[in-house]
Design a protein around this ligand. Structure first.
Ligand SMILES: [Fe+2]
Length: 401
């Protein structure tokens, strides 16, 4: 039983487009080349995963709708596309309707995936329990919180060395970086990396140095003694900030979506010698002009080298953006406890820590990264398994879907 039913098919614009009239009043317009390339017949389309077997290079330069016929009481439509004589382009109504690319359907598709913003002043700290990982339901809800809120604090993670890796791997595959498979954030009075001191850090996303920064950052508090003064975690939803920034300073917003910033970690003397560098704008927009990603890490930013006319506008825009990031209204502040594991969507949130005094105590976080696309995949697979339908959320990986 199909959900959507086709009432009528007409050709328009010199037969280059098929107009499909649906039983709920909606009208879709499909180009002939689009119909042919997306044919659902058993020859063109592998039914299990839906991969296309259409050889596009062998298609005629122009296809015209010569006939559109409705079958199975509106559940299927067959198109004869001239000059092809030996092929019928087949569409099931439900699939065709789900693929409609009119403006209303496209914006509906994008809107339902959009992130929902939560004002820090009106939000509780999102928490989950380590034992949730033992059940599909618990895992599904934990991951759902990460995508809904941008982060979650997982309580009572076993306080053992490498626990963060073991826990991370239960969620999604680990991704190594120039710091190896994990790194220890502890005050060792480092002269190389300010993260390994007790100094407060600027807000940042991790690993902008890569073309695709690691998606999920896990920080496990192996020890966070009561004597330690300060060291609170601070988190800001950068997508929310960019939404405000775009409305308040549209010209500045455009500058930061155009002017590229170099980011790098180049050091041949560290235990894992590294030379990783890239150059990209702070704000990533897509085809629909929506924010789909960002890059922000003052600590790994390299010297700006751009056209002369862009220098002052860039710094003016940067200063305004940073003011919004540091606006206390936009940030959530909390203290991790020993055994807590912070799970952050690094492609959505910027984070930092306050400076701290150990006072004879210890603040020791162990951290690693896991793949965000795999985490979302797990979320969707669990949704199906548990019969709890959700729409695949936008996650900040430079894609709107
Ligand atoms: Fe960080």
């Amino acid at each position: 039983m199909s959900k959507f039913k086709v009432m009528e098919v007409r050709s328009s614009r010199g037969k280059n487009i098929a107009e499909v009239f649906w039983d709920d009043g909606h009208v879709s317009r499909f180009h002939t080349i689009w119909l042919r390339c997306n044919c659902r017949c058993s020859v063109c389309c592998r039914t299990i995963v839906g991969q296309s077997l259409v050889e596009r290079s062998k298609l005629p330069c122009q296809l015209l709708v010569s006939k559109g016929t409705i079958h199975d009481d509106g559940a299927q439509i067959n198109f004869k596309l001239a000059p092809e004589t030996d092929h019928v382009t087949v569409m099931t109504s439900d699939w065709l309707r789900s693929a409609c690319y009119c403006d209303a359907c496209i914006s509906g598709m994008l809107d339902e995936r959009e992130m929902k913003f939560h004002l820090p002043s009106e939000s509780q700290l999102p928490v989950a329990e380590y034992e949730q990982l033992d059940t599909d339901k618990g895992m599904f809800e934990l991951i759902g919180t990460v995508f809904d809120r941008g982060f979650v604090v997982v309580k009572n993670v076993p306080r053992e060395d490498r626990s963060v890796i073991k826990t991370g791997k239960r969620l999604a595959p680990l991704i190594e970086t120039v710091y190896g498979e994990k790194f220890d954030v502890i005050d060792v009075k480092s002269t190389e990396n300010v993260a390994y001191t007790s100094i407060g850090l600027p807000f940042h996303m991790d690993q902008c140095i890569y073309e695709a920064p690691q998606g999920i950052l896990l920080q496990h508090a192996l020890r966070f003694d009561d004597e330690v003064e300060g060291g609170n975690s601070l988190i800001v939803d950068m997508f929310h900030v960019l939404d405000i920034f775009r409305k308040q300073s549209p010209d500045d917003f455009r500058v930061l979506s155009r002017v590229p910033v170099p980011f790098s970690t180049i050091d041949y003397e560290i235990p894992l010698p590294a030379h990783v560098v890239t150059r990209k704008p702070i704000i990533s927009l897509d085809y629909d002009d929506k924010v789909v990603g960002f890059n922000f890490n003052p600590g790994t930013e390299e010297t700006l080298r751009v056209h002369e006319d862009d220098v002052e506008p860039f710094y003016r825009a940067y200063v305004r953006l940073e003011k919004l990031i540091y606006d206390p209204k936009n940030r959530l502040k909390f203290r991790l406890r020993s055994g807590d594991m912070l799970c952050i969507n690094n492609r959505r949130m910027v984070h930092t820590r306050e400076g701290f005094k150990t006072n004879g105590g210890v603040r020791h976080l162990q951290a690693c990264y896991i793949n965000i696309e795999d985490l979302r995949s797990k979320y969707m697979v669990l949704s199906r398994k548990l019969n709890r339908p959700v729409v695949a959320p936008k996650i900040g990986n430079c894609s709107s879907i």
